[in-house]
Design a binder for this molecule. Structure first.
Ligand SMILES: Nc1nc2c(c(=O)[nH]1)N[C@H]1C(S)=C(S)[C@@H](COP(=O)(O)OP(=O)(O)OC[C@H]3O[C@@H](n4cnc5c(=O)[nH]c(N)nc54)[C@H](O)[C@@H]3O)O[C@H]1N2
Ligand SMILES: Nc1nc2c(c(=O)[nH]1)N[C@H]1C(S)=C(S)[C@@H](COP(=O)(O)OP(=O)(O)OC[C@H]3O[C@@H](n4cnc5c(=O)[nH]c(N)nc54)[C@H](O)[C@@H]3O)O[C@H]1N2
Ligand SMILES: [Mo]
Length: 765
């Protein structure tokens, strides 16, 4: 029995002419139409750079230009000809700049000179690279323990930069590696490691061409992984079922017009993507998938009772998995009533999803932040894996688990050692290769790093990219944490709010972006490498002229800081920075899977890191894929909010015009919002009630009962197709409401998708 999606009322599909128009606007708006357009032609090409937009894989065949509106925005953002030179900083004090929006700060363009914060004038002033490195080295050496320093990584850093960075920090003596991944897919890594013995997905891009059903859970690919939408659409067109779980009706998942398809563009046609669209409550996915499992077990019991073959993959379950009996017991013990209440979906609807699952020979399940940013995210990802195990949908063509990564190299950074809990094998390998004693005790993740800065036990923060102050919860507290440091260092391409809460000694170090040519002192062009969501490692070389002649590569900056801090007796930092092939050789000798790195990475599509789980070789302690047997949470935030009158649960997501804390523009075209970001989406019936009490604008007030007052003021209410009792709005503006005190069990990820709030009328102006 099918359950087709109703034709959306909004007239136009995602993609299409709107996307093309928007691209033109962004290329022109960045005032770099030529270099931006030329750069776009080289994005994700064998001889070009890896698109900094997202971590979706590249097609195996053809070098056809893969069009992506948001890739254009990411590239033109970097290839802008606007600059933020020293004279800009001479004009504006840091206190004044703190009053600017994220949009306005980055709108000033690329940073051009290394800058030092001068407290007396409250300004950043130009400095030299040599002075900056010397001062940073001196400050780090002055700390009483290396564990007083935090080494943050944002997931855009290349394998080479990330490897050198972890080498520097470990040589210096700490495993403090807070990482954007702690706020992102940490739950996926933790859950998959336990379930299948590797914290990564098992799917290749080719599998999307073979799957019969693709479950897309808690993800908005139309905005955040537009190239994935093309693959989903192709699958839908050849008849595969695309089953969406998302509380919000996201237009890109409903219909998509492919901007690369001329006929479609001229006809104004578009194709449906989702065959089934379920709108669970926030945090209701574990319950929904538990319901699918319940229906699958019931179907199996019925088949066996009728003397028919089992609907489960009994051979896979017997030879490759552990824990089925305990899982079955916990599924049996979970009532339909609990499942319906927590998921917000009816038993009948869930049974339809189970029929799709049972009717498919090959199933893929993808997910992203809608799954990973809750308290019970690890248990939820395990439940997705449980359900796929039942019919052997791991390690077979056309099947698998697919956490869709965020930053373009967040997966690679982990692979090469950005990990606060490093395995002993990595530390042993580093010691054998370089001859220093690597620290053995675990370090800080994001939540721990913030806590340590706040209580004074950490005194230095180094940021390899990113925007720590805006990406993390409780914005004001994190700003206080950074400002209380003895040393803050930010390696960045554009100015952001993290740079405006300087420590006692503070440096802002501008680096080359991925689109720019990186030459070593002898003039040789260097390439870096990245790993995508499908474990493919490939090269990336810039083609644009650097934004300023004073820029250094991230690698050169890390090498400079390292040499000034720990000296060169064990590691030849300058030599490594001079030729990245040498860094790759070190990676090859110390990290498994990189044999022949320098040769293989120069092949057109790079190479795939061996993923044993994809071969049904599960490196868990049991040597088997492990079922989990977690109970559903007692109550999700949505359920708790439902019981407290006037309380809502808020999710913070991305608009179509942003890249994390980088705001490209004020529109969210697919959701019909233009010219503003201070909006909050609500169900029309809730909206009517709220409006009656508050009017059109509201203040959103945190309701976490942890003693902290949190308010986001003056948000306009927008009606949207989503479950009652929930709200949605944009990150990073709403991070003032996300509490540091609530985080994922086993993942420590802030619960950005289930924030308890109340609404009130704005205080009269
Ligand atoms: N253009 C662009 N591309 C990006 C980024 C960007 O900001 N801009 N960011 C990059 C990064 S770092 C990441 S991690 C990814 C993020 O990619 P996504 O995970 O797609 O990012 P979000 O915008 O947070 O969207 C979350 C989606 O999950 C849904 N959701 C929220 N809560 C729940 C829930 O409880 N259950 C279910 N089933 N759904 C839920 C929301 O309605 C929304 O559609 O994108 C990457 N790519
Ligand atoms: N409430 C809420 N909070 C969230 C999320 C959410 O969904 N809701 N999502 C979380 C997620 S998934 C993530 S990944 C984090 C993101 O957290 P981060 O990775 O810390 O943040 P970004 O906004 O991606 O970082 C943008 C900055 O990176 C710098 N930059 C850009 N390109 C380069 C480069 O090539 N090199 C260097 N060195 N710097 C560069 C620029 O200065 C830019 O200002 O935020 C998390 N925070
Ligand atoms: Mo992310």
């Amino acid at each position: 029995m099918d359950h087709p999606v109703a034709t959306p009322k909004r007239s136009s599909a995602a993609g299409g002419w709107g996307a093309l128009k928007s691209c033109g606007k962004h290329l022109l708006g960045s005032r770099a139409p030529l270099s931006g357009a030329r750069a776009m032609l080289k994005a994700n090409q064998p001889d070009g750079f890896d698109c900094p937009g997202c971590a979706w894989g590249d097609p195996a065949h053809g070098s056809s230009f893969e069009f992506c509106e948001n890739g254009v925005k990411a590239v033109s953002w970097e290839a802008t000809d606007k600059r933020t030179p020293p004279k800009f900083f001479a004009k504006h004090t840091v206190s004044e700049l703190r009053g600017w929006t994220d949009y306005a700060l980055e709108g000033e363009g690329r940073l051009t000179h290394p800058m030092r914060y001068d407290a007396a004038s409250d300004r950043y002033v130009p400095t030299t690279w040599a002075d900056a490195f010397a001062a940073i080295g001196a400050s780090l050496r002055a700390l009483s323990s290396p564990d007083q320093a935090e080494f943050y990584t944002s997931g855009r850093a290349s394998n080479e930069a990330a490897y050198l960075y972890q080498l520097f920090a470990r040589h210096y003596g700490t495993n403090n590696f807070p990482d954007c991944s702690n706020m992102c897919h940490e739950a996926s890594g933790v859950a998959l490691q336990a379930a299948i013995g590797i914290g990564k997905g098992t799917v290749l891009l080719e599998d999307f061409e073979k799957a019969d059903a693709i479950f897309v859970v808690g993800q908005n690919p139309g905005t955040n992984h537009p190239r994935m939408l093309g693959d989903l659409r192709k699958a839908a067109t050849r008849g595969a079922r695309v089953v969406v779980f998302n509380p919000v009706r996201e237009r890109g998942l409903e219909r998509f017009a492919d901007p690369q398809n001329t006929v479609e563009m001229l006809r104004g046609a578009s194709a449906p993507v989702a065959s089934h669209y379920y709108q669970p409550r926030l945090g209701g996915d574990m319950a929904a998938f538990r319901g699918i499992a319940k229906a699958v077990f019931a179907a199996d019991d019925a088949a066996l009772a009728a003397g028919k073959p089992s609907v489960l993959d009994r051979a896979f379950l017997a030879h490759h998995t552990d824990g089925l009996a305990a899982y079955r017991a916990v599924v049996d013990a979970t009532t339909w009533e609990a499942i319906e209440d927590q998921s917000g979906l009816s038993r009948a609807d869930i049974e339809v999803a189970a029929e799709v699952y049972l009717g498919a020979d090959k199933v893929i399940c993808t997910w992203a932040m809608g799954v990973t940013q809750h308290r019970h995210s690890v248990a939820t990802v395990r439940e997705l894996a449980n359900v796929l195990f039942l019919r052997g949908h791991v390690g077979r063509p056309g099947t698998g688990l697919c956490p869709v990564r965020g930053h373009s190299n967040v997966q690679g950074d982990r692979t090469v050692g950005i990990n606060e809990k490093p395995p002993a094998t990595l530390l042993d390998a580093l010691e054998a290769e370089f001859g220093f004693a690597a620290p053995r005790h675990h370090g800080h993740n994001v939540i721990a790093a913030i806590g340590a800065m706040l209580d004074g036990s950490s005194k230095a923060f180094i940021g390899l990219g990113g925007n720590f102050a805006r990406a993390t919860p409780d914005t004001a507290l994190v700003a206080k944490a950074l400002a209380s440091c003895d040393l803050t260092v930010h390696i960045a391409t554009k100015l952001n709010h993290s740079h405006l809460v300087p420590g006692r000694v503070a440096y802002l170090l501008p680096c080359l972006g991925r689109t720019e040519i990186d030459r070593n002192p002898e003039g040789k062009i260097q390439i870096v490498t990245v790993e995508d969501s499908m474990s493919m490692v490939h090269g990336s070389g810039g083609i644009n002229k650097p934004a300023s002649k004073h820029l250094l590569s991230e690698i050169a900056i890390i090498a400079g800081m390292a040499e000034a801090t720990v000296g060169s007796s064990k590691v030849d930092w300058a030599g490594l920075a001079q030729d990245y092939d040498r860094i790759r050789d070190c990676i090859e000798r110390t990290i498994p899977g990189f044999s022949g790195y320098n040769v293989r990475v120069r092949r057109p599509r790079g190479f795939m890191l061996r993923n044993l789980a994809a071969e049904r070789n599960f490196e868990t302690p049991t040597g088997l894929a492990n079922f989990s047997a977690d109970r559903l949470p007692e109550a999700t935030e949505h359920q708790r909010a439902g019981k407290a009158p006037g309380t809502f649960v808020l999710q913070t997501f991305r608009s179509h015009d942003q890249y994390n804390t980088t705001i490209y523009g004020m529109d969210d075209r697919y959701r019909g919002v233009y010219g503003e970001r201070r909006v909050v989406f609500a169900h029309p019936d809730d909206l009517a009630e709220i409006r009656a009490l508050t009017g059109d604008r509201v203040d959103i007030v945190g309701n976490h009962q942890d003693g902290v007052t949190r308010v986001a003021e003056g948000f306009r209410l927008v009606p949207f197709d989503m479950p009652r009792g929930s709200l949605a709005g944009y990150y990073p503006e709403l991070n003032v409401l996300v509490p540091l005190s609530t985080f994922g069990e086993g993942s420590d990820t802030p619960t950005s998708k289930s924030v308890m709030v109340q609404l009130r009328a704005p205080a009269a102006a």
